[in-house]
Design a protein around this ligand. Structure first.
Ligand code: NAD
Length: 332
């Protein structure tokens, strides 16, 4: 099928072209994001391949439907950027990559915890400047500390296993209990109890209307004083302004982010020569106890190979049968 690949970077071209080595599909790579302003590029393509910051809202979907699109193949697990109902109403199927490497994201969350706790980001710069003082670099043992996991699906369970290895006590909050987590000794509690008892809170649930700003001024009040918050899931789970207030009041002791609610205007681009206009993001960067990565948790060789292979096989399955096992429904 003829596929318009949006938001494509050099690495997307590499891995998707390898997965499509038999030439089964005609891949056309576009660097711009798919938004209501760039839909002209999609005209005549039965398949649109999109990533997390492509804006597949009602307007975009109406325009690509007019242009002949029948399938939206997401290169991601999350689909909060797609108006699924609008797509289905216009006869467009939406497919995704439900699992590619939960380890990649869970390991990155653990990396953020270690960086914040032992302050590798500051130690690295100090040593390069011949400053060998340890003042201000005091950490705490992860062993024996309590970690609260919000969302215990594929990534949450991997993260639980990693933190179990460090000797942490594990609490979890989820709308469903994962038997594998129970077997590991994870204790399911209400969100308020998890927030009140955890030294580290890590978010691994999807962004939905119910989970939007799950971490807000009220829930931040329930945190243990000086606790650490890690978000490698979706930016919209956290009210960034409330988090800045909590950092300023020292209620929150550490913040590790791989995602940010307004990341669409920033992440995945080299803006090092630009003046960043987002004052909230810039304020976050001023805290010594905040570490931000630019949505790279998924970014491992293994994950990119799996994403590319599943994306190509999703398209092939749709071409052959008109259906796909990885179809997203509006009830999900
Ligand atoms: P999953 O579907 O396997 O698990 C999600 C879990 O969250 C499920 O157990 C579900 O019951 C639970 N959940 C749903 N709504 C909830 C709520 N309101 N409160 C608490 N729990 C809730 O998904 P996954 O593969 O583990 O991925 C989790 C999220 O990680 C994705 O939705 C995506 O947003 C994010 N993600 C981020 C990256 C990255 O690079 N940073 C990469 C992949 C996925």
């Amino acid at each position: 099928m003829k596929v318009a690949v949006f938001s494509s970077k050099k690495y997307d071209r590499h891995f998707l072209s390898e997965a499509n080595a038999d030439g089964g599909h005609e891949l056309v790579f576009f660097e711009p994001k798919l938004t209501s302003k760039t839909t002209a590029l999609a005209s005549g393509f039965p398949v649109i391949c999109a990533f997390i910051n492509d804006q597949l809202d009602g307007d975009t979907i109406s325009a690509i439907a007019l242009g002949g699109t029948k399938l939206i193949a997401l290169r991601s697990a999350g689909f909060n950027n797609v108006d699924i109902q609008a797509a289905n109403k216009l006869g467009i199927t939406v497919v995704r990559v439900p699992a590619y490497s939960p380890y990649a994201v869970a390991e990155h969350a653990a990396g953020l915890i270690l960086t914040l706790n032992r302050q590798y980001h500051r130690a690295y710069n100090r040593v390069r400047e011949s400053n060998f003082s340890l003042q201000g670099l005091l950490g705490f043992d992860l062993h024996g500390s309590t970690v609260g996991i919000v969302g215990t699906g594929k990534i949450g369970i991997c993260f639980a296993q990693i933190m179990k290895g460090f000797g942490c006590n594990l609490l979890a909050y989820d709308i469903y209990q994962n038997p594998a987590c129970l077997e590991l000794g994870v204790k399911y509690v209400e969100l308020s109890e998890l927030l009140g008892k955890s030294d580290i809170v890590s978010l691994h649930c999807p962004l939905t209307p119910e989970s939007h700003h799950l971490i807000n001024a009220t829930t931040l009040e329930q945190f243990k004083s000086g606790a650490m918050l890690i978000n490698t899931s979706r930016g919209g789970l956290v009210d960034t302004k409330a988090v800045i207030d909590a950092l300023k009041s020292k209620k929150l002791g550490y913040l590790g982010l791989d995602v940010y609610e307004l990341e669409g205007d920033l992440f995945f681009e080299d803006l090092s020569q630009e003046v960043i206009q987002d004052d909230i993001f810039q304020r976050l960067l001023t805290f010594p106890n905040v570490v931000i990565t630019a949505h790279q948790a998924f970014f491992t060789q293994n994950a990119l190979e799996n994403i590319a292979q599943t994306t190509i096989s999703n398209i092939t399955e749709f071409e052959k049968t008109g259906e796909c096992v990885n179809t997203v429904s509006s009830e999900q």
